[in-house]
Design a protein around this ligand. Structure first.
Ligand code: ADP
Ligand code: MG
Length: 277
């Protein structure tokens, strides 16, 4: 049938993709400051290849800061400093002999508020990262990337007939999937997602969750979420961040999602996952 042949074509497309091998991300003893205000204290976390890791915890405990440290965005904030190491498959992404763009092109980021370039076409939005990373692609390669990345982001069928329309004309959920497609165009090894569904309705949220669960075969995913059901639906492991009154954020407990929700070791984890604070 037509649907079947379309599906097998889709699968072929995904199968021939030149994806990089799965990578592990390892943060060791990360501390972070804004000026002399310390916001993270010796956070260590291994984010294994091919699984989704959820970072959970109350607002202000340093989850977004930690995520920005994982792709070297933190250092772009003038008052910010940090200590510790981030290893991507054993290689220090902060190695001073590495160019920022080389360190970052393997690590994509998706933010809470979908941020496609609103006036730019859907097609060009997907390819926007190529320019930033200085990646060359001829016309065939560009067409291929646009179709593959939109397919992986679960958006291809909805936009294939209007690739020249502006990205800003899509619904919120579609815009977020466009941002996911854009992050995939540079074939990242890791995808960092900071509350990617907080601004979306439940239906779009489920579509994005399904997309994540398919993507994780290709790319290591770290997600910040305040939605405990979401953490349980998508993630293999969780880390619970907390900043006690006036103290920097740290990881209270991490482990398999199953253990964190059914038998947490720390009573503060129990309270948090059960909605006590
Ligand atoms: P979370 O994502 O868990 O809500 P954040 O990482 O955003 O936490 O914030 C951690 C702490 O760092 C907070 O106290 C916040 O006010 C502070 N902070 C975050 N960004 C900045 C910044 N650009 N300048 C100064 N302080 C900041
Ligand atoms: Mg945050």
């Amino acid at each position: 049938s037509g649907a079947e042949s379309a599906r097998s074509f889709e699968q072929q497309l995904l199968a021939v993709d030149d994806r990089p091998p799965l990578a592990e991300l390892d943060a060791q003893n990360i501390s972070a400051w804004f000026g002399d205000h310390q916001v993270l204290d010796r956070v260590s976390l291994t984010m294994p290849a091919g699984v989704i890791t959820s970072l959970i915890g109350p607002s202000g405990c340093g989850k977004s800061t930690f995520l920005r440290i994982l792709n070297r965005m933190h250092e772009l904030i003038p008052s910010a400093s940090l200590a510790g190491e981030v290893l991507l498959d054993g290689e220090d992404i902060y190695d001073p002999s590495r160019k920022l763009v080389d360190a970052r092109k393997h690590i994509g980021m998706v933010f809470q508020k979908p941020n496609p370039f609103p006036a730019m076409s859907i097609y060009d939005n997907v390819l926007a990262g190529l320019k930033l990373t200085g990646t060359r692609a001829d016309r065939d390669r560009r067409d291929y990337l646009v179709e593959t990345c939109l397919t992986k982001a679960g958006l291809w069928k909805e936009v294939r007939d209007r690739l020249r329309a502006p990205g800003g004309g899509l619904s919120g959920g579609q815009q977020q999937r466009l941002c996911i497609a854009r992050s995939l165009a540079v074939t990242p090894k890791v995808l960092l997602m900071d509350e990617p569904c907080s601004a979306l309705d439940p239906t779009s949220t489920r579509v994005i969750e399904e997309t994540m669960l398919e993507l994780v075969d290709d790319v290591t995913i770290v997600i910040v979420t305040h939605n405990m059901q979401q953490a349980q639906r998508v993630s293999t492991q969780c880390a619970f961040f907390l900043a006690a009154q006036g103290q920097p954020g740290h990881i209270v407990e991490h482990g398999s999602t199953e253990a964190m929700f059914s038998s947490p070791i720390d009573s503060r984890t129990f309270d948090y996952v059960n909605g006590v604070f």
